[in-house]
Design a protein around this ligand. Sequence first.
Ligand SMILES: [Zn+2]
Length: 364
Amino acid sequence: MIDERLKQIFEELTSIDATSGNEAPVAEYIRAFAERLGLEFSIDGAATLSGGNSGNAIVKIKGGGSYFLASHMDTPRSIKGLKRVYLQDRITSDGTTPLGVDDRGGLSSILYALEKAVAEGNIKPCTLVFTVCEETTLAGSTFYTPEAGIRYGFIFDSYMSPPAFVSETCGLLEFDFIFNGRSSHSGIAPEKGISAIQVACEAITKFPYGKLGEKETGNIGKIQGGTATNVVCDQVKISGEIRSGNLKEGQRRFDKIVEEFEQVCSKYGATLEYSSAWDFTPYHIHPEDEPYRHFDKVVREMGLEPLPMKSMGGSDANAMNKKGVKCINLGVGAQNPHGNDEFILYEDFTRAAQIAYGLMTTTL
Ligand SMILES: [Zn+2]
């Protein structure tokens, strides 16, 4: 079963509907929670980057310490009208909405641990960061500037079962291509046209789809073009992504795609425009790194074996690592994230809360 107080905090937090950009009521809940415990609460300026109604909510404990615990305040989809269902081993919804456990599960674990550690008087100096827009743009973690002294952190946001944690992830390179041909009447003067559809289709056959290696994948996820059946199409746009565990290799893969697409375009007299950007970059945290060591210590004190994992997904941990603050993303056990069949096992939820408590009450 599950601790009654942990369950209550989770129920309160999942009674608030707040998708990305609409996190203000969750931030208000955290403000009331922190102020009741006599802690320093603030909201940073992340709304200027996210365009939403709240910045990141930050709770500073005993000066802020050298590490932080974090989770995000937004849910990817609305949980309005949520009906929680308590089964023998798990909490889920009635199947008509998500449970909101991504990431109210992580958020509840941290707040539960906070209350307990403050009540017991053994909380260490640390900072709690509750981010905005994790699900859309990572705007909260991208904006967040850790105070001087903060060297590392823990993100409570992986679907994995604790004590599994993400020590290593890929990066995500997003791209757009525009194939420019020439329009013409397809019946009267087809020879005057250059079909962007024909060019794009041939180019796409050169694209490396799917799993390309242990830590690399490729996908074209969107294609648009054409105006009418009797017009030779003059423009096609495609969008996609490359995920790679290595920035240089990912870039090399993309450059090769550009080269192949350009060859196809020149064969037909078409032109190519393109753009690309890293949406998030890879990270790799090693056993000698501070967050790894701190987590390892806490988990072993609980009698468990920490389980480092690789992930092909991104989280706030990627944005934090990018700015040089070493972070790992911890398993909370929020399973089937984003679906109406989201659930969390009591065992995982309890463990996530115990880990949060351990991290708040133990130093390296
Ligand atoms: Zn999440």
